[in-house]
Design a protein around this ligand. Structure first.
Ligand SMILES: C[S@@+](CC[C@H](N)C(=O)[O-])C[C@H]1O[C@@H](n2cnc3c(N)ncnc32)[C@H](O)[C@@H]1O
Length: 282
């Protein structure tokens, strides 16, 4: 417990046990005001401390990545595909203040953007972000999106979606929302490998909860990121997926069937709008 918390607890204890004093309400409100000020200051100090810590840790992760063979190889393979990206949306990053995996993924995103000379802000959403994480992203100059769209972002310009180890239903929703040859060519996805999804799950199941990934796997070109970074669980099973010119002319692709995906509550992998609303009002 911090010094301020200890003092606050002691004062609170005294106020609760001495109920006789005539002027108690006045004393209490005065004390409360100064306690509140102390509390505000402590919170502000903690936020500042958190931000400094995360910025330092992020810089270390970026330095680590920048000198890695892993990043060099990634850039060689994916930089040409990233040319002309006008937006970057990152979903499912997770709690990067506490979690090293998420922090390295954030560092990776920043290194790739820097090295590929993309001068766009990242737009981030994850329903589990805490306020200090939102503050940290904003302090880094990034944007935090306000709404849970469950991945249903429609794009008119070339957009990189960075979805590190994100639930496949988010990817499926995103593909559904852009399931038109003109829009889908704007979608570049850095996420779990489509071919792994297709190879590791029976078609029967995928037709129910990932039918757009099943179709997209035949259409998109997949560039795997070889998992040679010194930590094996940060970028495993990650590929860049994109549609080279002309790839939408595949005769086996059904562009007309665009039924909105829906998932059984028991099979739900993503955090739905409904669930967040329930938590907020609980
Ligand atoms: C398996 S975790 C991945 C976390 C981290 N990127 C990693 O690799 O360890 C999936 C992430 O997707 C996020 N997620 C779930 N529903 C989401 C939604 N509707 N929109 C954005 N992110 C969502 C979860 O909160 C969680 O952080």
């Amino acid at each position: 417990m911090s010094e301020v918390d200890t003092v606050a607890n002691e004062l609170d204890f005294k106020l609760v046990v001495s109920k006789k004093g005539k002027h108690r309400p006045k004393l209490r409100s005065k004390t409360q005001t100064s306690l509140q000020q102390l509390g505000d200051k402590t919170r502000a100090d903690r936020t500042e401390f958190c931000q400094k810590t995360v910025l330092t840790q992020l810089q270390q992760a970026e330095a680590d990545l920048l000198q890695s063979e892993f990043l060099r190889e990634c850039l060689d393979n994916i930089e040409p595909i990233l040319a002309g990206i006008e937006h970057i949306i990152c979903l499912g990053l997770g709690n990067f203040l506490d979690c090293t995996i998420a922090r390295y993924q954030l560092a990776f995103f920043r290194c790739i953007r820097y090295k590929a000379n993309l001068t766009v802000k990242g737009q981030f959403f994850d329903p589990v972000f805490t306020q200090p994480e939102v503050d940290a992203l904003q302090a880094l100059g990034e944007t935090v999106l306000p709404e849970n769209l469950e991945g249903k972002y429609s794009v008119e310009r070339k957009t990189l979606f960075f979805l590190p180890h994100c639930p496949k239903q988010i990817v499926n929703n995103l593909l559904w929302k852009n399931w038109h040859p003109n829009r889908l060519t704007n979608v570049v996805l850095l996420c779990n490998s489509f071919s792994t999804v297709v190879n590791n799950n029976p078609d029967r199941i995928l037709r129910i909860n990932a039918s757009y990934i099943l179709r997209a796997a035949r259409l998109f070109q997949e560039v795997p990121l070889r998992n040679i970074f010194r930590f094996g669980d940060i970028f495993n099973d990650t590929s860049l997926h994109h549609l080279p010119n002309g790839h939408t002319e595949n005769e086996h692709i059904d562009w007309d069937c665009t039924i909105e995906p829906s998932y059984e509550p028991d099979d739900l992998e993503l955090i739905s709008k409904k669930k967040v609303a329930k938590l907020e009002f609980a």
